[in-house]
Design a protein around this ligand. Structure first.
Ligand code: NAI
Ligand code: MG
Length: 350
């Protein structure tokens, strides 16, 4: 199957060729160096700027993401982010670094492609893109306790909904240009129950759709979508939805192609973009040298797409396909290769 550039831009946005690297916690410290090694091996003269964030850094410094890291992301314009550990209980002074980055740079679009890999662990013929709203919804951070009642506010705005759906249709247009096939956008919501919030999202989405008459549109309720992702995911192209629904559906979709270890993502804003594997810090396997670096490496390929270097991004994706065909697989995909062995094999296949 032809693997494609999901976010190719017409020009290179970052002439300085600098990329900020934020390893974070746990396996982030293993998979980001792996992705950087692959980027370095392309011979593009890329320069890496390392920056700190995460729970470990918070415990040393009292700050989960220092201003110096935000400044480095701003200066580079693009960053590769591993993962950080976030405790499930409240820790005074701690804020999730990825949420802080999304907020600081208004990284409103989370692109999560799900493309088949040529291994037995992956379902065939999948090539879909989940476009998740990244700044509002149930992640707006408006939670409170009133006596024994906990309340979360779900924030949906006209501006936020319109721009994420536009992004989805623009992505659909690009995918269609690359594949030569017609594209389809599925708008996923729960407007039958969340009549006000998802009612607004749906209204905005259908309005945007009118500007893209060449792209087919359909609506699906999120629970039905969850079922269809398991039953016939090959019948979907671009899926656009609100923040929490997109988070859940994209983890579900990653299971179709081998799980969290292989799933890449991009957080896109107007001024900056942060690329990260979908997985978290995986404390259960961290430090053992067995983390799967493919999600991080494919995230680096998305970074190249974003810089307008789609040809180089394809080189990386083809090398990943090759090692999968050769059976150089990490533990989560049923193999025995270490993080370093997988990475070296990708570099050899570039
Ligand atoms: P997780 O993604 O870290 O792990 C879930 C399962 O997938 C585990 O069994 C893990 O071993 C496996 N896994 C994850 N990445 C892998 C890789 N590269 N190779 C092989 N196996 C891999 O999710 P979990 O356990 O729910 O969360 C752990 C921590 O990560 C939490 O503190 C959570 O807050 C944080 N997290 C951070 C994210 C971020 O920084 N963007 C995203 C998701 C979770
Ligand atoms: Mg998630």
């Amino acid at each position: 199957m032809k693997r494609e550039n999901v976010n190719e831009q017409s020009k290179i946005r970052n002439p300085k060729s600098k990329i900020c690297l934020i390893n974070g916690d746990g396996v982030g410290q293993e998979v980001i160096p792996a992705a950087a090694e692959v980027l370095g091996a392309l011979g593009l003269g890329l320069e890496f700027v390392e920056a700190q964030a995460g729970f470990e850094y918070f415990e040393q410094s009292g700050n989960a993401i220092p201003d110096a890291t935000l400044a480095a992301v701003e200066a580079c314009g693009v960053a590769l982010f591993g993962a950080t550990s976030s405790p499930s209980t409240f820790v005074k002074g701690y804020r999730s670094p990825i949420l802080a980055l999304r907020k600081a740079f208004d990284l409103y679009a989370n692109l999560r492609p799900v493309q088949s890999l040529p291994g037995k662990f992956s379902r065939p013929r999948l090539n879909l893109l989940i476009v998740r709203e990244n700044t509002e919804g149930l992640y707006a951070g408006r939670e409170r306790l009133e006596d024994d009642t906990a309340i979360a506010e779900r924030v949906i705005t006209r501006a936020g909904s319109t721009r994420i759906v536009k992004m989805a249709f623009e992505q659909a247009r690009k995918r269609s240009a690359i594949s030569g096939q017609p594209s389809m956008v599925t708008i996923v919501h729960k407007a039958n129950v969340l009549k006000v919030t998802d009612g607004l999202f749906r209204e905005c989405a259908l309005q945007v759709a009118k500007d893209y008459p060449e792209i087919a549109v359909r609506e699906m309720l999120v629970d039905a979508m969850a079922m269809r992702l398991v039953r016939d995911p090959e019948n979907f192209d671009v899926i656009v939805t609100t923040n929490l629904f997109g988070d859940i559906l994209s983890d579900e979709a990653s299971a179709l192609i081998g799980g969290l270890g292989v799933a890449p993502s991009a957080n896109i804003g107007e001024q900056a973009a942060v690329f990260e594997p979908v997985h978290g810090s995986a404390p259960d396997i961290a430090g053992q040298g067995v983390a799967n670096p493919i999600g991080a490496i494919l995230s680096a390929a998305m970074l190249l797409d974003h810089r307008g270097q789609g040809g180089q991004a394809d080189r990386v994706r083809r090398a990943v396909d090759e090692i999968v065909k050769q059976g150089v697989l990490p533990r989560d995909l049923g193999g025995t290769a270490t993080t370093k062995e997988v990475t070296r094999a990708v570099v050899t296949n570039l």
